[in-house]
Design a protein around this ligand. Sequence first.
Ligand code: SF4
Ligand code: SF4
Length: 676
Amino acid sequence: MSFVFNSAFAFGNTKITLANSSNYYHDALKGASVFKRGEIKGTPVVYGYNKKGKFLGYIFLSTNLVNIESYSGLPLTSLISINKKGIIQGVRVVHCDDPIFLIGIPISKLYSFTDQYIGKNIRSNIYIGGKGKDHVSAIASASVTTVAMDQTILMAARKFASKLGIMKSIVKVKYKLKNIYSPANWNELRRDGSIRKFTISCSQMGLKNCSGEYETVYYGILSIPNVGKNILGSYEYGYLSKRWKEKNQAAIFIIANGVSSFLGSGFARGGAFERFHLEQGYSSIMFRDVDFSYISSLGIKGVPYFKEGGIFTIPLSIFNPILPFHVVFTFHKHVSHASMLNNETFHTFYSNYHLPSKYYISSYRYVKKMNQYQIAWIKYLKYVIPLVLFLIILTVIFIIKDKIITKRLPRNGRKWIRPLYYSVLFLFLILIGFIKPSQPSVTHLYTIYDSLFVSYHPALFLLDPLIFILFAFMFITAVIWGRGVFCGWICPFGTIQEYIYRIKEKILPEKLAKKISFEFNNKFHFRLIYLKYAIFIILMATAIISIAWGERLAEVEPFKTVFYLHFERQWYFTAYAILLIGLSVLSYRFFCKYMCPLGASLGLLSKLKIFSIKRYGECKSCKICAKSCNIKAIDDKGTINRSECFYCLECQINYNDDKLCPHLLKLKKAKIGNIK
Ligand code: SF4
Ligand code: SF4
């Protein structure tokens, strides 16, 4: 059924050609007034000139180059123009059958959408949703049409550009698939690149009400014998591969788990899958229900839990399994339910796949492009550089701390340490607390566990360079000096608590400040510190069983509320974070001492501590350091609990103070006695 919704589309049953759409050349190439028809490598083209005879661009008809089906199952026939440099000059839809424009969405929305492509370079990846030079806004509530229109413009323009010679044309690569098979489990197929994992996080979707992974997708080419036999079993693979061969098809599988659905909520019989498609060279492959069979379970050992999955067939005439391709996901989040037309924000993600070379024989060689890790590191370089610089400064401070504290530096070390300490804390708070929130959390430990022991994908951590650097630094320094390097000198939430406590001490009269402060007695305190270890163990155990529940319980940390969501979330999360900050006014770093699961994990690592804080024999009976240790890491016997020490260096200042430390006073006295 064809829906003619605008007189401009009234072609009746006449086939639309470049010749009979001449009424729209002006719209397709703005500023052009002289048009000459011609042909480039078999494709009809119109050359557009302005009044002065200056060449402005080429106009071509999308359906002469690509056949991308939209919601109606028919293409969105459009005139597209590009200039000699491959910059899109204009787009004019001349025929569209999508019923969505008959039931409420004005056609002007489609025009506004296509107008966004003017000025875009056809070589760029164009993202639907988000902001920036290469991003376009979707047509709200018309996601299938959005994706189909996007693909029509880009693929047709690129194919035309290859005819002009301004983009490399795709080589029809010859290949032969090897009929190899060796039994392999899921993780082995993941490791050798047969199965690709692609993760989209809640933060990439800009969602505030979820954390961690928004959607985790696994996919691969099922028609490759080794992949198909291992995943489906020999019998089922044998049956299906026979059908694929008969129809000259390849097949891919996709399974996914997450908050959303990659199959799409709007998918219905006869409809298209609007949330993902494939791109290979100038081909855009969108899937419909006839290409799809549902997967509810897979027998292969080690397959992760998945909520939905499917097998999708692709004609081998438009898809070459040995050439690299992108799986492009377009998800949209509902911002509000108030306005159905304007409430969706789209995000596009590209996942690259290339079949491992062991599966085929061909003269073609795959040249690797920048992978997503390299892209992430380049993107975050402006934060990585200052972070690394701050960490180097901190490391130097720790190496020369004894020199700073003793009088070997020009001025008394006591005067240096406090300002230095608060300056370092401030720098980290600004950088990883506010400018680029990167507060390490127990949820990152879940990811480490998962990537090392479940998905065997340790490189996953490299996707967030700042978190990667911080964790590497935290772990290394916890083994060398203990938990104190991170907890005492870096952690943004620790810093907030530290500052609040110190500000209280500064602004309130001493008596009042003392009156409103509380600390448990040592007996209770040294028992209560184990609470955080219990929290840590419960959280990790829960996350191992169910990552979703692990994420929920991780809300015991207020980090997300404070640094990522800036207190803008449900009232109880905000109230909890404010309560913890409020407690830190009364009790020095209450959360760190008793509740923090991340602190507990570092506390366990601190048991390995290579360097210990220096002590004298007299420390056992002297209580001076124990009193000045705010975090209460020194017990009644004068022993420092290495898992609790925040390396504030207060006791080390005492240790070197010959006017305060009983040991040094004794030595001084003995020296004076000897001189006498
Ligand atoms: S205990 Fe937790 S909140 Fe406190 S400083 Fe360490 S990591 Fe940060
Ligand atoms: S006073 Fe000493 S024991 Fe206490 S936290 Fe500071 S460095 Fe550690």
